[in-house]
Ligand binder design. Structure first.
Ligand code: KG4
Ligand code: ZN
Length: 341
């Protein structure tokens, strides 16, 4: 089966062709057109601008994905499109494009959940392309999510923890903005942190000691803001140390709660996905703490190129989803489409 994935939920225009063959998935192409340069000048994503850029780029991106995969649209067996969550106007571009292609070419259409894409992306892990053992605990950390989900199998999900305020990626972005490091913040903070000492400053690791599996990062952001208001922006060596401290405050709580939940729910695997999963410290710490505390648990970390938004992960979701009859007529974008417990 050849699946065309389309994902435009935020600021990346993406399309991919994934082949499902004999229980495995082969990435035939993956095209990601980033809008970062456009949004950088505004210090964050401007939804109207993102939607306009998607509208300009979606057809060339799909064309490129088909060309790179060496397939014609007529050979595609299924289209998988993100219908939520995300920015309404951005989602609409992907959904309306997918519906039009589905109608014109009589291709079955599946409307997919963005969060599930990040959860399943760990199929394409640093330890090979294959399914992990269930039950699995998925940590999705991105610009919009900080979620812990127990997966009993594909499609059988229970959300056990989530964000109470800012998502982890949002916290990276806001800290970077306060420090004058530009957008997007995660890679900028992480690059400075590499040479820094995380013990030189003291910042709160939010909710580390609180029971439960929810996350709150707004206190950390405020602590960074107060520090800068009082002492000015750190520079040079101190900036690296400050970034390392902020990064560790975020990743420590993500790792600690994930390990605690994995033990409590007795899972066989831990998976990590979402844009923040590209973070070096998070990846390394999750692996080392799990090896020490839960040696029997398999840790599957999404390969860096599939951590950020991409259409490969949506094709995977689309494979397991049910095409909607007359999907071209009935599927709608839904900015709040999430796991419901
Ligand atoms: O998954 P994604 O591409 O989009 C959403 O669904 O939100 O994630 C984007 C987020 C941004 O907040 C970005 O700052 C963060 O992922 N990010 C990182 C790193 N690379 C991207 N955060 C920390 N460290 C990184 N290396
Ligand atoms: Zn995402």
């Amino acid at each position: 089966m050849l699946i065309l994935g389309i994902e435009t939920s935020c600021d990346d225009t993406t399309a991919a062709v994934v082949e499902a063959r004999g229980g495995r998935f082969i990435i035939r192409s993956s095209v990601v057109l980033s809008q970062i340069k456009t949004h950088r000048q505004f210090g964050g994503i401007v939804p109207e601008v993102a939607a306009r850029k998607h509208a300009e780029n979606i057809l060339p991106v799909i064309d490129t994905a088909l060309r790179q995969a060496k397939v014609q649209l007529s050979e595609i067996d299924r289209i998988a499109v993100t219908r939520g969550h995300g920015l309404m106007t951005s989602l609409m571009v992907g959904v309306e494009t997918a519906k039009t292609l589905s109608y014109l070419n009589t291709i079955p259409l599946v409307g997919c959940m963005h969060l599930e894409g990040h959860m399943l992306s760990a199929y394409f892990s640093t330890r090979g392309d294959r399914w992990f053992k269930f039950p699995a605990l998925s940590l999705v950390a991105s610009g919009g999510h900080t979620e812990l989900i127990v997966m009993q199998g594909i499609g059988k999900y229970k959300k056990i923890g989530g964000r109470l305020d800012d998502a982890a990626g949002e916290c990276f972005d806001k800290v970077a903005k306060i420090l004058g490091l530009g957008y997007p913040g995660g890679p900028a903070v992480s690059a400075r942190a590499k040479a820094g000492n995380p013990d030189k400053f003291s910042l709160p690791s939010p909710m580390l000691k609180r029971p439960g599996y929810d996350f709150s990062f707004s206190g950390l952001k405020t602590a960074v803001l107060y520090y800068v208001q009082k002492h000015g922006r750190p520079a040079g060596r101190a900036l690296s140390d400050f970034c390392a401290t902020a990064e560790k405050a975020i990743t420590d709580v993500l790792v600690a709660k994930t390990i605690r939940a994995a033990a409590a729910y007795q899972v066989r695997s831990i998976t990590l996905g979402g844009g923040v999963a590209a973070n070096r410290r998070l990846r390394a710490d999750l692996v080392s703490v799990a090896a020490e505390q839960l040696p029997a648990v398999d840790v599957r970390i999404t390969r860096p190129e599939y951590c950020m938004d991409n259409a490969v992960m949506m094709a995977l979701v689309g494979f397991y989803g049910q095409p909607v009859k007359d999907g071209w007529k009935r599927i709608t974008a839904d900015p709040n489409f999430e796991i419901s417990n």
